[in-house]
Design a protein around this ligand. Structure first.
Ligand code: AQP
Length: 329
């Protein structure tokens, strides 16, 4: 009899142009370990509407993200790929968890503080973002959550919520663990290596977009902010060079010592040129596959409907357990 593989759940918001941080912090790891786990990967559109979205663009971004998941190597035979809003249990359990979450826990979240500072009107959904994320994870009894480093605090909150719920209402949820890789877990902006590379920052030269023009990307890498030094080494006190080296390390999968030896005596220009080559070698085939997958929107929709059906079968059972526990059934 085959052993049950540990389950993972993760997702990305269809909120704009995905960048190499999303790929190296999340997607690439999902793909590399697809055979080790029982995988659930969603497109978290309910999270995207925690800040204002244009409805037509949002619909478009959902399809684009589905195409990108496939282009990066997620396989619908080996992973359940679905859209969050297609499985109503996410919103339903999200509400139950909202009613179990002390307000102070949410006010402490650093992502809320960062994102709310950029909004003219802060929507209640933005504050409640982490309870919806907790529902995403807990619905699937996920043991592991593969994400970038910026999501660590949200997973801690998910664990606290699940433990509190289990204590108050009896064993209901599996307590998940974050799965955060050590290399390139927080990719920084090319224009400012002290701030996280981010979809919502659309300034030219900030991000390396997965679907961007590769000539422009090369130029942005060549102009990336570094420092006045010359040595190419993994030194965190020089965040610009450290960031470029970390991206290079994750893309080439080489040990640090080998990379430092390779660049010994070379200038920053060489590092940037070779990084641009590595980025191009990774993104060119992804972009080609993306064009193929998005050529057939009906097939994409069929795959997403199939994924939602598989996801709902698991999620509804957990929602029912939680509803019963709090007295809703
Ligand atoms: N810069 C990053 N480095 C490493 N991992 C990152 N992730 C995001 N930015 C980086 C990881 O990508 C996954 C999807 O994130 P999301 O869609 O929830 O977006 P986010 O974390 O809010 O960050 P974005 O993509 O830059 O969007 P905005 O601009 O809206 O904040 C997560 O696993 C995240 O850790």
């Amino acid at each position: 009899m085959s052993e049950r593989r540990p389950r993972v759940l993760s997702g990305i918001q269809p909120s704009g142009n995905l960048h190499i941080g999303n790929y190296l912090g999340s997607l690439q790891n999902w793909v590399l370990e697809q055979d080790r786990y029982d995988n659930f990967f969603c497109i978290v559109d309910l999270h995207a509407i925690t800040v204002p979205q244009d409805p037509a663009e949002l619909r478009q971004h959902v399809r684009e993200l589905a195409g990108l998941y496939l282009a990066c190597g997620l396989d619908p035979q080996r992973s359940t790929i679905f859209v969050q809003s297609h499985v109503s249990a996410h919103a339903e359990l999200g509400w139950v968890l909202n009613c179990q979450t002390p307000l102070g826990w949410l006010n402490r979240m650093t992502q809320f503080k960062d994102k709310s500072a950029k909004q003219e009107t802060v929507l209640a959904g933005l504050l409640n973002y982490p309870t919806l994320m907790a529902a995403d994870i807990l619905l699937y009894d996920a043991e592991f959550v593969p994400v970038g480093d910026d999501q660590r605090q949200h997973i801690e909150l998910t664990r606290d919520l699940a433990e509190r719920f289990n204590y108050l209402y009896g064993e209901t949820f599996v307590i998940p663990e974050p799965m955060i890789r050590t290399v390139a877990a927080r990719v920084m902006g090319l224009d400012d290596p002290t701030s996280k590379m981010s979809k919502s920052n659309t300034a030219a030269g900030h991000a390396i977009p997965l679907l961007g023009d590769l000539k422009k990307t090369r130029k942005a890498i060549m102009r990336a902010v570094t420092d006045s030094g010359t040595e190419i080494a993994f030194d965190e006190s020089r965040p610009g060079v450290y960031n470029l080296l970390s991206i290079y390390q994750k893309l080439t999968d080489k040990p640090r010592e080998e990379i430092e030896a390779h660049f010994a005596g070379q200038g920053y220009g060489t590092l940037k040129r070779e990084l641009a080559d590595a980025v191009e070698a990774t993104l060119e085939p992804i972009q080609a596959r993306y064009r193929e997958f998005t050529n057939d929107p009906a097939e994409l929709d069929r795959l997403l409907a199939q994924g939602a059906e598989r996801a709902a079968a698991v999620a509804n059972a957990t929602r029912d357990r939680a509803y019963t526990a709090v007295g809703l059934r």
